[in-house]
Write a protein that binds this ligand. Sequence first.
Ligand code: HEC
Ligand code: HEC
Ligand code: HEC
Ligand code: HEC
Ligand code: HEC
Ligand code: HEC
Length: 504
Amino acid sequence: MTSKTEHTVPVRRSVDEEVARRDLVMRVGIVVVGAMTIVVMLLTAGREHVYTEWRMHQVEHEKLMRSVEAGDAGPGATDLDVHIRQIVVPELGATDRCTSCHAGIEDPRMSGQPQPHSSHPGKYLVQHESARYGCTICHRGQGRALVFAEVKADDVHWPYALLPAGMTQSSCGLCHGAEEVREHGGEKYAAGKTLFEERSCVACHQLDGRGGSLGPALDREGAKHPQEVSMKYVSGPHTLPQWLVEHFENPARIVPDSKMNPPEMTGEQIEALTIFMLSLQDRDLPSEYLTPGKYLELHEARGVSKMDGPELFSTYCGVCHDTGTYGRWDDDYGKFIPAVRGPTFVQIATQNHITAAVLQGRPGTEMAPWAGGMTGEEVDRLVEYILSTPLPEGATLAPEVVSRAHQDDLLIEGDANKGEVLFSMQCAACHGQQGGGLLGPALANGVFQENVTDGFMFATIAYGHKDTAMPAFYAPEAGGYDIEDINALVAFVRLLGTGLEAQP
Ligand code: HEC
Ligand code: HEC
Ligand code: HEC
Ligand code: HEC
Ligand code: HEC
Ligand code: HEC
């Protein structure tokens, strides 16, 4: 028993000690955790309220100002009232706190100081009083943000990232005509607009309701949210300006199978064109912000076009058809581009044939419909120009061939079965057995079939299209086809795309 008691006492004592020790650890722990929480809270509060980015910049700014002023021997050092600064411009929907960090933006003495302390470059803020304009109307970015990373808003969830340095000129076009700013701080914007016109981008894109429809309309290209385009193949930051730059460098790398050919430009030109794209925002700004030059541009864009036939053709059609006077193979499209001002074509195509091709396009090919992209009057002017193309010597067809081609109700009868055999032998290699088009255009195309005359077909097959790959087949004396063969071919070609078979 004794030995038992002797043994149990120390054990009990050590249990008590253990409990007391744990109790102490607990208490100390609670105190430490509590103290740490308070420190963290203080630190957080400090970061949010005392050591904030903007506050630190203002404190730094005050120091800089004092040294600048001392060096100047100018007015005595100013005490900077440290507080959040903001410019509210309800007309532009802007609440811009940029000046909370860029406190010296309107102080010319701060020129040359590091960012964010420097004064604004150029005369932009002299010409645009900051109280009426704020900053985001030109720079974009998040106006209310007080942390620079958030101001930049360059992750895909924010619609309008701060524009990269050098691209801010894209905003000039919101309110100014290009000519107003070309030599007054908007040179890159104006250069971009000129390039857009020179490169005939409207041949495939509509702007202000004018232009082709192979690519998308560009009226709000600069207002697109980054989520609206695929960033999958973009190697730089996932912002709209970067997407545009990389797409111009090589459209097919960013949009696989793009039918837009690389515009072949220098880096400077790509920047200018990107700036012009970013200016296209389709924004409704209050009229007092728009200048006379902008009104003039809007009026010209929406009014009656003054382009004559040659201008219309080179602006809208030349990108693919060049002068239109010869046919050519296009490697990018893997397609023959027909000679729409070729000497044979202009003699035998009717006004209706050409007008329909322009308005409705050739579905399934790069020849996109122009209905809506040109006014009816412009289409008439263009078709008249095409039809009045002067003929080179020796290209004139016999008058009866021409007049037959213009006869809407001429029906050429022929043996379609025989035509099918001849077609397989002589035509299918270029036009496809079902007329789907290969080296030559698709003859099964509905728009073509509906608007072409039998006389056009006859003349085409018999005499070929001069200055294109379409050969002449009428050569009875030389062992070639005779009238009957050509008629048979016309009869068969007429069946293409109709789903009708040649009758046995
Ligand atoms: C929280 C402080 C802060 C705010 C708010 C702020 N900026 Fe800045 N900004 C900076 C700093 C710091 C730099 C220098 C950054 C650097 O050099 O990396 C800078 C640089 C810039 C630049 C130079 C180009 C660049 O991208 O580096 C521009 C332009 C600019 N800010 C515009 C603005 C505009 C517009 C706003 C308001 C929408 C704004 N900033 C709000 C701190 C701020
Ligand atoms: C009328 C348009 C306009 C307004 C308004 C405007 N800026 Fe600018 N800002 C520009 C242009 C243009 C540049 C030149 C750089 C460029 O093209 O990107 C520039 C340059 C700057 C730079 C220098 C960028 C660098 O690369 O060094 C800063 C910082 C800046 N602006 C801040 C502001 C702040 C802050 C405001 C508001 C108080 C403001 N800007 C208002 C058009 C404007
Ligand atoms: C939100 C509209 C708006 C934006 C954006 C804008 N401006 Fe202006 N700008 C005006 C207006 C309006 C005036 C006329 C003066 C006024 O009433 O404030 C003006 C005046 C000017 C002037 C002075 C013209 C004169 O005859 O004195 C110049 C130069 C100028 N802007 C260039 C630019 C450039 C360059 C850009 C782009 C970086 C730009 N502006 C961006 C609206 C704008
Ligand atoms: C031969 C026709 C053609 C010409 C000429 C052309 N484009 Fe395109 N463009 C397209 C097609 C098709 C697309 C759609 C496929 C793609 O995104 O690459 C496109 C896409 C674009 C896009 C992206 C639109 C979007 O948001 O998805 C822009 C921007 C653009 N083109 C600008 C231009 C500019 C600027 C020019 C003049 C230098 C031009 N294009 C000339 C056919 C053309
Ligand atoms: C993006 C390139 C492109 C543009 C821009 C373009 N075309 Fe075409 N066009 C084609 C292609 C390709 C064909 C051949 C389609 C086929 O294979 O059936 C064609 C066919 C035609 C035809 C039918 C010719 C025939 O043999 O019947 C006419 C007419 C024509 N284009 C006129 C125009 C006019 C006028 C314009 C300008 C308003 C224009 N095209 C703009 C690519 C273009
Ligand atoms: C070497 C290739 C080639 C062969 C062979 C050929 N064609 Fe063509 N064909 C063309 C090309 C290219 C055009 C477009 C000519 C142009 O630019 O106006 C064309 C145009 C046509 C057109 C007018 C299409 C249009 O859209 O205006 C018809 C009809 C036609 N071919 C029928 C035939 C028939 C029938 C045969 C066989 C007897 C034949 N072709 C053989 C290449 C060929």
